[in-house]
Write a protein that binds this ligand. Sequence first.
Ligand SMILES: Cc1cc2nc3c(=O)[nH]c(=O)nc-3n(C[C@H](O)[C@H](O)[C@H](O)COP(=O)(O)OP(=O)(O)OC[C@H]3O[C@@H](n4cnc5c(N)ncnc54)[C@H](O)[C@@H]3O)c2cc1C
Length: 466
Amino acid sequence: MTRVVVIGAGPAGLAAAEHALRAGATVTVLDEAERPGGQYHRMLPRAYAARSQHRLQHGWRAFDRRQRRVREHPRCTFSARTSVWALEPRADLPPLVHLLRGAADAAGGRAVLDPDALVLATGAHDRVLPFPGWDLPGVFTAGAAQALAKGERVLVGERAVVCGTGPFLLPVAASLLEAGGRVPAVLEANPAATLLRGWAARGWELVPQAGKAIELAGYATGQLRHRTPYRTGRAVVEARGDGRVEEVVSARLRPDWSPVPGTEQVLPVDAVCVGHGFSPRLELPVAAGCALDRGEFVLVDGDQRTSVAGVYAAGEITGVAGAPAAATEGAVAGWVAGGGDPAGITRLRRRRDRGRAFAARLARAHPTGSGWPGWLRPDTVLCRCEGTDYRTLRRALERPARSGARAVRLGTRAGLGPCQGRICGPTVAELTARSGGEVCTVHHRPIAQPIRLADLAGTPEKERDR
Ligand SMILES: Cc1cc2nc3c(=O)[nH]c(=O)nc-3n(C[C@H](O)[C@H](O)[C@H](O)COP(=O)(O)OP(=O)(O)OC[C@H]3O[C@@H](n4cnc5c(N)ncnc54)[C@H](O)[C@@H]3O)c2cc1C
């Protein structure tokens, strides 16, 4: 019987597990979170004993049925609070999976799995472009603000502006409003014309995505009810305050996102939630040796196979198209990884192709403008962990001998702090590329998750699936 290991229990990973089980495989699902659901179906902690989670989330009942089917299946081992800290590549076989059970700083719990097939479904984290004052307390990534509101019922502020780009800004504002906060404005950086061009082109192709449209309409109605304006072509270009955010300066943007002088407006707030799209979590695919598509996403074929034997990828790591598309990709990956006949899932693959087209549409409607460095000042912090500012990076890039990616990192310390470049990495890579410097992948991390030195030095328990 094929032994399939699935890393990630978000929409993609859960669907992969369910379809691998249907194909007859034994399945082990690993997720570092306490509960399944990933970013989309963020479950409240067990301690909250919440009875009506379905009221807070879209598609909750279908998700809940799926996660029960997977977790209660006799051929499935579901391992929550388990992080995969490394993948060990092998010739012509999927890599060995090194995992750690329990909290990152807990002792023991190290083990290694030897799968016949591996499905990577590790999702994404949000991308944030820097602006003056973004390192002040009170500035949050939109994802973090939403996670606190949705996953803990905690508000990041009483009065929070939501800004950046993408439809994700709407559910973030909705989560804040539902949790009792006030949102004075949602600011989308792209102008209405760009949004219209992206969303309206070949509009008939959107018909199968009606579910997403209804979901977005629900958020928009909620904002109307709370009188929250949605403004396009405008961005927060500065956050100010004494020790924490007290106000933001927004400005009108040209289509390339360079600010239009004289259009600045000041808005009093106590929190800023900012998101400029998503960065896929590529550490494990890169560690496995998977080829990337333009350095951005994992390259997969029509069956979600990566370039590495026995390794499949699904969800946000192959392109950003939302939870339903992630789940469909997961279903294809799981079915094929579990030994199912690819010819038996023609409809599923068609649905997956529509999801990919939706990802391309999303990228066209909400591009990142090239003029955003126009917001930066010499003292704007780029790497929040190490405090590296724009001036320091520019000086490093001006010296040809130091413009190599490694030299830039060591010379400026950008990306060497606790988050290991997860937040500043794409920004530094983009600014480096624009100045003609060498760009290296920001995802190369042989140790993907924190591990105690004692555990690293010890011998892992070797586990085999049933
Ligand atoms: C912060 C955030 C909030 C979002 N909120 C919304 C929303 O409200 N509405 C919406 O339409 N879309 C939202 N999205 C987009 C949404 O994430 C996707 O559409 C969908 O959840 C993608 O599914 P996925 O399975 O690919 O990834 P995810 O849902 O991100 O699931 C990935 C899973 O992999 C696990 N994982 C990752 N690395 C490891 C590792 N090394 N070891 C063990 N486990 C690991 C994670 O814990 C996670 O549970 C959000 C995205 C982010 C980043």
